[in-house]
Design a protein around this ligand. Structure first.
Ligand SMILES: C[S@@+](CC[C@H](N)C(=O)[O-])C[C@H]1O[C@@H](n2cnc3c(N)ncnc32)[C@H](O)[C@@H]1O
Length: 339
């Protein structure tokens, strides 16, 4: 099935990386995503019919299926031949493509001639028209499904029983978990779990959850939040990051580490130097992660794996997330290189 995946316009690069990572995770036999000409935030790819893995993306808005390319009259003929019995439809114009409103009416005429009914408020089917750049032709596509982004955006951290200012939004947490490209049912460790936002999203995607934090209140809070959502962690413990290998013995190696280390502003480092926590942490985590497994994390500065000796390589260049004037969080996706 050829599908088009509309990424959020403010997250095209991260969205493409998330999509590629999700494809690697589910080992789907799909073609590499490439931008649709003239529409940089729409990725086209050929994938097997089941779109469930695409729906889990946080940086994508919806999945579209192209139907035809041509002049408006040809597209109207195409929809006329489509089965419309008992189905309501709406035709929408792609924002920013400057398509005259009359074109939607031309396609609507084809739907009516095929026995269908137009309902712009609550349609069963939504058709979209996009401009083919540099031509007088258009693409007609159908919206197949919305992704989880819509749901994640409205799931506020405030709905959790235990929350702190450091709690990540579900949208960001889901993105980071997807970037780890862990195969279905694999184990994900968060050794700085805080209130458990990453563990919740890992659990929501069906991964086995391992979580720890140096602060016992955080560990109990994460457990409370997981219980609230109905996720049972495989293992959860109070320990400093330097102790994760001995603490989780029997559950290692994990398939991915997804984490948000402290950097001494909103989140405590418990008296240690933030840089030392990260450095010790990354050294220890090599012993907890399987070879080629990914570690996804955020830090307030770009960090080069060479600073941590051998054993890590970048999967993607660090990606900046602007928080406010004096804080940018950089999303890092590394791979463990040593066996
Ligand atoms: C930025 S917060 C994590 C926030 C979390 N992602 C969330 O959504 O709630 C960092 C956490 O690291 C913990 N921490 C600080 N130093 C640590 C260490 N040496 N080992 C393990 N955890 C540590 C803190 O207690 C804090 O909960």
């Amino acid at each position: 099935m050829t599908c088009w995946i509309e990424l959020a316009r403010d997250a095209i690069q991260l969205g493409r990386q998330e999509l590629e990572s999700r494809m690697a995770s589910v080992a789907v036999n799909a073609s590499p995503p490439i931008p649709l000409p003239g529409h940089a935030h729409v990725m086209q790819l050929d994938a097997p019919g089941n779109e469930d893995w695409i729906r889990t993306l946080a940086c994508a808005r919806r999945i579209l299926v192209p139907i035809a390319q041509g002049a408006p009259e040809d597209l109207s003929e195409t929809v006329k031949r489509t089965e419309h019995e008992g189905v309501t439809s709406a035709v929408r114009l792609w924002p920013g493509d400057h398509i005259p409103e009359t074109l939607a009416r031309t396609i609507g005429g084809g739907i009516a001639a095929g026995g269908g009914r137009i309902d712009l408020d609550d349609p069963d089917r939504t058709y979209l028209l996009l401009r083919v750049p540099g031509t007088e032709e258009f693409w007609l596509c159908r919206e197949l499904a919305e992704t989880d982004r819509h749901v994640l955006r409205h799931r506020r951290p405030g709905s959790l029983p235990f929350r702190k200012p450091v709690t990540l939004t579900p949208l960001l947490a889901r993105t980071l978990v997807n970037l780890a490209a862990v195969p279905p049912g694999g184990r994900i460790l968060d050794p700085f779990c805080g209130t458990g936002a990453l563990s919740i999203e890992a659990g929501n995607l069906g991964y086995r959850v391992l979580a720890s934090d140096k602060d016992g209140r955080m560990v109990r809070g994460t457990l409370r939040n997981l219980e609230h959502i109905g996720i049972v962690p495989e293992a959860i413990s109070q320990c400093g990051v330097e102790k994760v290998v001995e603490t989780f013995e029997g559950h290692l190696p994990v398939d991915g580490v997804v984490t948000d280390p402290p950097y001494g502003r909103a989140s405590s480092t418990h008296g240690e130097e933030a840089a030392a926590v990260v450095e010790n942490g990354f050294r220890t985590l090599q012993g907890a992660l399987r070879a080629s497994g990914r570690m996804v994390f955020m830090l307030p500065q770009r960090t080069d794996p060479a600073m941590f000796g051998n054993g890590w390589e970048e999967v993607y260049p660090p990606f900046p997330l602007h928080v406010h004037a004096s804080l940018t969080r950089w999303v890092h996706v590394w791979r463990r290189t040593k066996g």
